[in-house]
Design a protein around this ligand. Structure first.
Ligand code: C2E
Ligand code: MG
Ligand code: MG
Length: 435
């Protein structure tokens, strides 16, 4: 199969998840002989979370790259190696019998477990391995799911061990179907990127004094004649790392629209949603600068929307990215506030300029008095900390009135307008505030 550069994982140089899955599909379809067993070994490092926490993102990448090297040099037989995301690796063998597979897995357990220097600490990695032997006519995803389940069982037994699939129950159809759906969405996202199927819609955010506060850019994805909801494609894009490319595209398009609104004399910021995978990359600030340069837009006209958990992220890269964005004048909004686990007291330490109250608080207004009190208290606190407060998902006049009484600055929601295309929103903005 011909591979292009987008099919390789940049950290390890191995195939990425999507390419690995495609290899599995190809291997299964070419199997004709039960005597030539295909073997899937799914590896997952134990306690990788701890490594990331102790050594940061860069240290984590360094460990992953060294482990990949160990895997590659331990396996002396033909193999297709892929990184399945995070700390997971998949090894696919076209011809390996059960005793050899077991022996090789033991060898991997030993070589991966050798002490590994990271910074000035000697770290002792360990790995869990799930093995599944392909059964003739078995669907590729069912086969891989058995390897994955064996791996989960190895973890459950305490890690640092090998479990061979066979004794555990037959995989649930649901998992297989979900995996298949995700694979479909992933391929649709690639198609959309290559065929211009991505689009930004924009939804207005209006201050309660009637002035325009800004517009939020919301991604839409069309592929093979169907539209996929963000709730479906954003998680897949995040899981597969595609979100970094999508996010860069979004920044650039959002920047162009901000410049366009500025040229039209409409003083509105453009808010762009940013995912964790983007913010944990040291290249993020480069992409942001690139947007400013390419679109010639003032940084004050761009706002980044991030969930509260990202603001709480203690990793150096995330904190540095947040600080750099703020220092050049880009606004930072806490999106969906109230749905995470942070407490109000944390707000004082965040470099945010805006707080967006989640729809969950708004949809129970005006009837729910307690929700009203919470909204009022959060609004007061955020405003005292110098943040602008926006309520999301406003659908009725009653909700708008309650929010005005609670003191919020601006609202966003179907009550004002649904997300719409660039041109439709420009017409909407012009019509409501004739120039
Ligand atoms: P979000 O950032 O909180 O965006 C607001 C969502 O609420 C949008 O859903 C919007 O269409 C919807 N909404 C707005 N007003 C109302 C209302 O009055 N009632 C109801 N029920 N819903 C309303 P959408 O477009 O489906 O996007 C969902 C989520 O997907 C977004 O939530 C955001 O987290 C994510 N997303 C969308 N575009 C992007 C993107 O370009 N990048 C990233 N990383 N995430 C994105
Ligand atoms: Mg948002
Ligand atoms: Mg939101």
């Amino acid at each position: 199969m011909l591979m292009n550069s987008s099919q390789f994982d940049p950290v390890t140089g191995l195939l990425n998840r999507n390419a690995g899955l495609q290899v599995a599909v190809r291997m299964c379809s070419s199997v004709t002989d039960e005597d030539m067993p295909l073997v899937a070994m799914w590896l997952d490092l134990d306690r990788f979370q701890q490594i990331n926490q102790s050594f940061g993102h860069r240290g984590g990448d360094e460990v992953i790259s060294k482990i990949a090297h160990r895997i590659r040099s331990t396996i002396k037989v033909p193999v297709e190696l892929s990184r399945m995301g995070g700390d997971e690796f998949l090894c696919l063998f076209g011809d390996l019998d059960e005793p050899d597979a077991e022996q090789l897995a033991q060898e991997l357990l030993r070589t991966i477990g050798e002490p590994l220097p990271v910074d000035d600490i000697l770290f002792r990695p360990s790995v869990s391995i799930g093995i599944a032997f392909h059964v003739l006519d078995e669907a590729p995803l069912a086969w891989l799911e058995r390897a994955d389940r064996a791996l989960i069982e190895a973890k459950r037994q305490g890690g640092n061990r090998i479990v061979i699939s066979g004794d555990e129950p037959v995989p649930g159809r649901l998992g297989v179907l979900l995996a298949r759906e995700e694979l479909g969405i992933e391929s649709d996202l690639h198609t959309a990127l290559e065929t211009g199927g991505l689009q930004l819609n924009f939804q207005p955010i209006v201050r309660l004094d009637g002035r325009i506060e800004g517009v939020e850019a919301l991604m839409r994805c069309n592929a093979n004649g169907r539209q996929i909801a963000p709730a479906k494609f954003i998680p897949v894009a995040e899981k597969t790392g595609l979100i970094v490319r999508l996010g860069e595209w979004c920044l650039l398009q959002g920047g162009h629209y901000a410049a366009r609104l500025h040229r039209e004399g409409i003083p509105a910021k453009v808010a762009i949603n940013v995912s964790r995978a983007q913010l944990t990359s040291s290249k993020f600030i480069q992409a942001l600068h690139g947007t400013m340069v390419c679109t010639d837009v003032a940084p004050e006209l761009i706002e980044l929307e991030l969930t509260e958990s990202l603001f709480m992220d203690v990793s150096d890269v995330v904190q540095a990215n947040l600080r750099s964005a703020r220092s050049i004048g880009v606004g930072l909004a806490i999106d969906d506030f109230g749905t995470g686990y942070s407490c109000l007291a944390n707000l004082k330490d965040l470099p945010a300029t805006k707080l967006k109250l989640d729809r969950a608080f708004v949809c129970v207004l005006p009837e729910d008095q307690r929700a009203f009190s919470v909204v009022k208290a959060m609004t007061q606190l955020a405003r005292e900390l110098g943040m602008t407060v926006v309520a999301e998902g406003v659908e009725t006049q009653g909700q708008k009135d309650a929010l005005a009484e609670a003191g919020v600055d601006a609202i966003q929601g179907y009550f004002l307008a649904r997300p719409m295309t660039e041109d439709a929103l420009l017409a909407w903005l012009k019509q409501r505030s004739p120039l």
